[in-house]
Design a protein around this ligand. Structure first.
Ligand SMILES: *Cc1c(COP(=O)(O)O)cnc(C)c1O
Length: 580
């Protein structure tokens, strides 16, 4: 018997043992092709399908959908299709230049379904509904030529509110247009609040009692929070809601409900998302514990910890995935097997080196298409140790930390025949980080060894992220402790057998500090000292089979269950469809 009726796939039984780990009875009752799991997100990072996100929030969305596809879960992801995206270059003076590039959904296999309307600022706005199907899943988008890019303008601005309203009210209409009803709504951050509001409005308009409708909407909504501090969130004004939100609501009690949530004419979407979603999750153990959110009565919000995982087949070198499966470390769904820890114990250095050798070939092929800051194409020879730091260039991630003491950095790299690749992207208009990047580039240029062996690759994206995880030996992850909600690039690194040099934060803190090369200190200077010590240890480990095995095994034993995107999806399904 198949899990879901009317399934296009012939062989659904394949996934039976995955579902046996879930409350299957309830799941089968609740989910079907016409009533899918719906996932709402303002950001999706899925370049292959023409949608480039900003960072981890979008990567998580793409990974969740891909894993749902592999597990044959009826799943619809609703997101905007942005008609423009920005790419970044470094100018000869070291400052960054953003270039906008138009993107057409037709070039990525999306079909135009029809158009719908929402009301904004006294006008009807026509949105195109476009979609692309993938087995049991689909990406359903709203778009229009003036939608602009992801995160265009200030948060809290009219255009952001317009984009969020278009996703929520527009996306909800789009769902009906294609004949679907949401079994559950996962709200990936508060920018998707209006989707739940659209549902509430529909229920009440169709005659359901207001309080019953609230209870019903709450029961079927999950708010996934990625932020630590509620106060950091932008607010919207009542005037903005008068222009963009209220015209899209038909029900008077719903209008009143939302109007009553304003305090001194301002509203934060988190405060109402907390009210409309009974289920709430955070993205790592630490984050779920420390996220400081309060509901309108002042009560602290409890978040269930569901640590972000990654789509292993997408981010990890196929040779490595094959190795994990053949070694009975991962099962065919990429879940750790029952005896994964024992099996990892058997890994030897020659296997690690062989996988990394193939990974380096892959990296070098990608590097042929990615010039460094000087416009030069370069390669990393097989026998050299490679360090990498690849991240959005934001303050708390501290990309400059390894450049604090150039002498020490040079000594480590030179004595171990090592190279260093830094890849990043500065947020549009972030002058401070643009200046920080310029300073790092100037430091690199000032030193004869670093100039040859430290490369900056602009326009950090999925392709370079994956290539570096696959092809480098040591990855550096040094967010200021307390500021990373989860982070997933370190998961790609651990899965690809890089040694992880990291502060104890985000999802890294799901396991004890002894699980990896931990950077710590009472202040930043101590952390810098600790960072160089760990970099030195990591490089030395690559020169010694015993140490290499020791570190790689320990990381995999600690983190493989965390990393597994299948484990994450299983956790979400269990949380959403648990028996009541
Ligand atoms: C994996 C990935 C991320 C997530 O990075 P973290 O900083 O670890 O959260 C962001 N951007 C891209 C392009 C990625 O591939």
């Amino acid at each position: 018997m198949g899990i879901f009726k009317h399934h296009a796939l012939e062989n659904i039984e394949e996934t039976d043992d995955f579902y046996s780990a879930i409350d299957r009875e309830n799941l089968v009752k609740s989910l079907s092709e016409e009533r899918p799991y719906t996932y709402w997100t303002i950001e999706l990072y899925d370049q292959k399908n023409g949608i480039r996100g900003g960072g981890g929030l979008g990567v998580l969305a793409a990974d969740t959908r891909r894993v749902a596809e592999q597990m044959r879960v009826p799943f619809t992801l609703i997101t905007p299709f942005y008609p423009v995206e920005f790419h970044q270059e470094v100018k000869p003076d070291g400052t960054v230049l953003d270039k906008s590039v138009p993107v057409d959904f037709r070039d990525f296999g999306f079909e135009l379904v029809d158009t719908i309307n929402i009301k904004c600022n006294g006008e009807l706005v026509e949105l195109s509904v476009v979609q692309k199907e993938f087995q049991t899943t689909r990406i359903l988008c709203v778009t229009e030529p003036n939608f602009r890019e992801l995160y265009s303008g200030e948060s809290g601005s009219d255009h952001r509110l317009y984009q969020e309203v278009a996703l929520g009210f527009g996306g909800y209409q789009a769902l009906k247009l294609v004949g679907l009803k949401p079994a559950v709504m996962q709200l990936n951050e508060v920018a998707t609040f209006f989707a739940a509001l659209a549902r509430l409005d529909e229920l009440v308009t169709n005659g359901m009692d207001f309080y019953e409708a609230v209870v019903y909407t709450r029961k079927h909504s999950l708010y996934t929070n990625h932020t630590l501090v509620q106060a950091a969130e932008a607010e919207f004004s009542l005037e903005q809601f008068e222009k963009y939100v209220f015209p899209n609501l038909r029900s008077k009690p719903v209008k009143k409900w939302i109007r009553d949530k304003f305090e001194e004419g301002r509203i934060r979407l988190s405060s109402v998302t907390i009210e409309i979603a009974e289920l709430k999750s955070g993205v790592s153990k630490l984050h779920a514990r420390v996220a400081d959110y309060h509901d309108l009565s002042g009560e602290k919000v409890k978040f269930k910890a569901i640590t972000n995982g990654i789509d292993i087949p997408y981010w990890i070198l196929p040779d490595a995935v094959k190795f994990y499966k053949e070694s009975v470390i991962l099962d065919r769904f990429c879940l750790p097997t029952e005896k994964y820890a024992e099996q990892i114990e058997k890994i030897d250095a020659s296997q690690i080196r062989e996988i990394k050798k193939r990974g380096r070939v892959f990296l070098n092929a990608v590097l042929k298409t990615r010039p460094d800051q000087n416009g030069k194409i370069f390669q990393i020879p097989e026998d050299r140790i490679l360090f990498d730091f690849k991240r959005r260039f934001v303050d708390y991630k501290r990309p400059w930390l390894p450049f604090s003491d150039l002498e020490r950095l040079r000594t480590i790299l030179e004595s171990h025949q090592a190279d260093y690749i830094l890849s990043g992207r500065v947020h549009s208009g972030d002058e401070r980080m643009s200046e920080k990047l310029r300073e790092v580039l100037e430091k690199i240029e000032s030193d004869d060894y670093l100039r040859e062996h430290v490369h900056y690759i602009p326009d950090y994206d999925e392709n370079i992220a994956r290539a570096l995880s696959v092809g480098s030996n040591v990855s550096i992850n040094v967010p200021i402790v307390g500021l990373e909600a989860c982070g997933t690039s370190w998961e790609k690194d651990v899965g690809n057998m890089c040694l992880l040099v990291s502060t104890h934060d985000g999802g890294v803190a799901d396991a004890p500090k002894e699980s990896y090369l931990s950077v710590s200190g009472a202040d930043e200077n101590e952390e810098i000292d600790s960072l160089y010590q760990r970099m030195e240890e990591a490089a030395a480990a690559w020169e010694n089979d015993f140490d290499l095995e020791f570190f790689v095994k320990k990381q995999l034993q600690a983190y493989l269950p965390v990393i597994s995107g299948t484990r994450m999806l299983k956790d979400y399904l269990n949380f959403l469809f648990k028996k009541v």
